[in-house]
Design a protein around this ligand. Structure first.
Ligand code: SAM
Length: 243
C-alpha cells in the first residue's frame, strides 16, 4: 500500500489512519472550515440534495465522523425515518454524537462503530448509503463499495463524496501547491499536528479519479453510475443505484 511517499502494509495503513483520526478528532470541525474556507458545507449540501431521500427513509452514513451529512439526513427523513451514523474510529464517533446533541438531532439517529469494508448489517437494509470524505482512507475500497451495494435496498442509492481530480487546466498545480504547503502549515498552527495534515494531502492525491471511481462503483454492482464535479473537480460526488 502506498502511504504517501512510503510503502506500508495493509495493517499499517489501517493503524496509521486510526492514529490520524484519533489525533485530529478534537479539531476536526474547525480544521474542515479553515482548510476548505467553508466550502465543504456547500459540497455536503449538494450531496444531500442529490441523495433526494424522502420522509421515512433509512439512511446509513459511513465514515460519518462528526456527522454533517447525518444531521442533514436526519432532518430530511423526519421522525418516521432513521439515520445511522457510523465510523471506524471511536473518538470521531463520540465527537459526532456530541455534535448531534448540540444540533438538537435526537430521536431518529443511531450510532455504530463499523469498518466500511465489513458492515454488520443485513442485505438490502437502507434506502440510501453515503460515505463523505471517507473512501480514500479505506484500505480495501472495492470491498467497501461492494458492502455499500449489498446493504442498499433495491431501487435505493449510494453516494460517494470525495476529493477527486481537478478538471480545469492549471487548477491541479495550484491545488497541489495549496495541499502540500497551506494544509500542513494550517495543521501545524491550529492543531499542532503537521504530519496528519500532510497525510491528508497525500491521500487526496492518490485517490482514484472520477472515471476510475465510476468504474469501481459499476464493478461493485451499482447501476446507472454517474458523477458531478464540484469546485472544478477538486471534489466529486458519485452516485449509483441498486437494481
Ligand atoms: N464524513 C465526515 C465528513 O465528511 O466530515 C468525516 C470524514 S473524515 C475526513 C474521514 C472519516 O473516515 C474519519 O472519521 C475516519 O475515522 C473514517 N474512516 C477511516 N477508515 C474507515 C473505515 N475503514 N471504515 C469506516 N470509517 C473509516
Amino acid at each position: 500500500i502506498d502511504f504517501g511517499y512510503e510503502r506500508v502494509s495493509r495493517r499499517d495503513k489501517q493503524g496509521r489512519v486510526a492514529a490520524v483520526f484519533d489525533s485530529v478528532a478534537d479539531n476536526y470541525d474547525i480544521m474542515n472550515d479553515l482548510m476548505s474556507m467553508g466550502i465543504h458545507r456547500a459540497w455536503k449540501h449538494f450531496t444531500l440534495e442529490l441523495a433526494a431521500v424522502r420522509e421515512g427513509d433509512r439512511v446509513l452514513d459511513l465514515a460519518g465522523g462528526t456527522g454533517d451529512l447525518a444531521a442533514g439526513f436526519a432532518r430530511r427523513v423526519g421522525p418516521k425515518g432513521r439515520v445511522l451514523l457510523s465510523d471506524i474510529n471511536g473518538a470521531m464517533l463520540a465527537n459526532g454524537r456530541d455534535r448531534m446533541m448540540d444540533r438538537g438531532v435526537v430521536g431518529n439517529i443511531d450510532y455504530c462503530l463499523a469498518n466500511a469494508e465489513k458492515l454488520p448489517f443485513a442485505d438490502n437494509s437502507f434506502d440510501c448509503v453515503t460515505i463523505g470524505f471517507g473512501l480514500r482512507n479505506v484500505t480495501d475500497k472495492p470491498a467497501a463499495l461492494a458492502e455499500m451495494a449489498r446493504v442498499t435496498k433495491p431501487g435505493g442509492r449510494s453516494l460517494v463524496l470525495e476529493f477527486s481530480k481537478p478538471a480545469v487546466p492549471g487548477l491541479d498545480k495550484l491545488y497541489d501547491l495549496y495541499s502540500f504547503t497551506v494544509l500542513p502549515w494550517l495543521g501545524k498552527k491550529v492543531a499542532n499536528d503537521e504530519a496528519s495534515y500532510r497525510y491528508l494531502a497525500e491521500s487526496i492525491r492518490m485517490h482514484p479519479d472520477q472515471q476510475t471511481l465510476q468504474a469501481m462503483m459499476s464493478d461493485a454492482g451499482f447501476v446507472r453510475c454517474g458523477y458531478h464535479n464540484l469546485t472544478g473537480g477538486i471534489v466529486a460526488v458519485h452516485r449509483g443505484y441498486k437494481a
